[in-house]
Design a protein around this ligand. Structure first.
Ligand SMILES: *Cc1c(COP(=O)(O)O)cnc(C)c1O
Length: 456
């Protein structure tokens, strides 16, 4: 039996909650490459970006030097309703694995949207309201971001137009209904409400849509409707900044008990939860104060870091968004439809991409079935029903803990448990029925997409 001087759940008092977001770019020697104008290939200026995004968010997007951003009081007040999120010591999982490793997870599924996305949604809605806007537009894939943004918009009395990837719209009707509870207007994408949607429908009738396509529609509506701006739930620098609240809380909680992690693990779709979780620890590593191993976990079916190219690419299918330099599989890459999790984006946060390219982060990709095995192993002892996305991190945390069992090392592992899986039970069903498939794209397929990257 391990010495249990650390509680199962480490909470912070309200007074110990973060008062600032930490901007890891301030400590990066190689800054992430600037966003480029898709027409001129020149760096996007603040005024160009302000046509698409809220003004203060544009400032945050472009600011590579301010280390700490005070969190506005209105956002801190909202955070208090569902934060601090618990940092849990996984004693039961450790015992089941028989590992000497010490495992902690930061659980972000404790709110109705069921994921970490609310941390940035409330910030983005706040700045939109402050600017006097009427509403915002966005896309959603699996539905977590749309749900989080709907909650944030209803809190601040903003209109919210969500373009939801059509397959998800049809497969996850309950997610759509939650958004409607919060007053959002949800349209399946591609739709006939935009030029880009009509074009895609004409070229690919019957398509189930994609995130890249839904982004194009949401941007077109935001740019063309007075009093509206577009907001995005991941990938962008500003989103990583807001999500740093996860890492700042985690660090404060661990510091309270004098615990220093050896390995920090997170799943990586667009990179926001992982970027947020590791930010303050990465800052210490970048400043040469401490060393940590950081591991990004992605699905084998959508392996942007492990098998993608570090290059400028479009963020959307319609090529209306700025170009970002990132690890990418190509903007028209669409992962196999049987892919269960929400980690289906073709690109990756430019901040994480740069840190990975500079050797500060490791990345692994894991097949679906192995992810669901880990999810179930975790659920059966720790109780929480994890989201498939989060279960990618569980998989690698378990693998690392099992390595410790072999070597006898007492490493401290922290992983991000980003959300709950109540809307993913069809995927769990496939897993139980043994019909989950582990499709992995071939080198030839990936090379064909890579060949179509814009030449910059
Ligand atoms: C959206 C989502 C992710 C992936 O997004 P990132 O930006 O990579 O963090 C992971 N887990 C859950 C539960 C999500 O909803």
């Amino acid at each position: 039996m391990k010495d249990r001087f650390i509680p199962y759940k480490i909470y912070l008092e309200e007074s110990e909650m973060p008062k600032y977001w930490y901007n890891v770019r301030a400590d990066m020697k190689n800054k992430p490459a600037p966003l480029l104008n898709p027409a001129t290939h020149e760096p996007m200026t603040a005024s160009e970006l302000a046509g698409v995004f809220c003004e203060e968010l544009v400032e945050q997007e472009l600011d590579d030097t301010t280390r700490e951003y005070p969190i506005p009081q209105e956002i801190r007040d909202f955070y208090k309703m569902y934060r601090p999120s618990p940092l849990v010591r996984a004693y039961c999982l450790e015992e089941k694995l028989g590992t000497p490793a010490k495992i902690y997870y930061k659980f972000e599924g404790n709110n109705t949207s069921g994921s970490h996305k609310l941390n940035s949604a409330i910030a983005q809605a706040y700045y939109a309201k402050k600017q006097g806007l009427k509403g915002v537009t966005t896309e959603t894939g699996a539905g977590q971001w749309g749900t989080a943004l709907s909650m944030a918009c209803s809190y601040f009395g903003l209109d919210c137009k969500v373009y939801m990837v059509k397959v998800s719209y049809e497969q996850k009707p309950f997610r759509r209904e939650v958004m409607r509870v919060y007053g959002a207007n949800v349209t399946p994408s591609p739709s006939d409400t935009t030029n880009v949607g009509r074009k895609i429908l004409a070229e690919h009738p019957g398509t189930g849509g994609s995130l890249g396509c839904a982004i194009s529609e949401a941007v077109e509506v935001a740019v063309g409707t007075p009093g509206y701006r577009y907001v995005l739930g991941s990938v962008l620098n500003q989103v990583l900044l807001h999500q740093s609240v996860i890492g700042v809380e985690t660090k404060a909680a661990l510091d309270k008990y004098g615990v220093t992690p050896d390995i920090i693990i997170g799943c990586a779709g667009g990179g926001s939860n992982l970027g947020g979780l590791i930010s303050p620890f990465m800052g210490e590593k970048l400043r040469g104060e401490k060393d940590y191993r950081f591991i990004a976990v992605e699905p084998a079916s959508c392996p942007s870091l492990t098998r993608g190219v570090f290059a400028y690419d479009f963020c959307d299918t319609g090529m209306v968004c700025p170009l970002a330099k990132m690890y990418t599989l190509g903007s028209d890459f669409i992962p196999a439809p049987n892919h269960a999790g929400g980690l289906r984006y073709h690109g990756m946060s430019p901040v994480l991409s740069q840190l990975y390219d500079d050797g500060y982060i490791e990345a692994v990709s894991v097949p679906q079935t192995k992810v669901f095995e880990a999810a179930e192993e975790f659920a059966r002892v720790e109780g929480i029903l994890p989201a498939p996305e989060s279960s990618h991190a569980i998989r690698v945390a378990i693998d690392e803990a099992l390595k410790c069992k072999e070597t006898g090392e007492e490493k401290t592992i922290v992983f991000g448990l980003t959300g709950t899986g109540y809307f993913d039970l069809v995927a769990y069903q496939k897993f139980h029925d043994g019909i989950m498939d582990d499709y992995v794209p071939t080198d030839e397929e990936l090379a064909a997409y890579a060949a179509k990257l814009p030449k910059i």
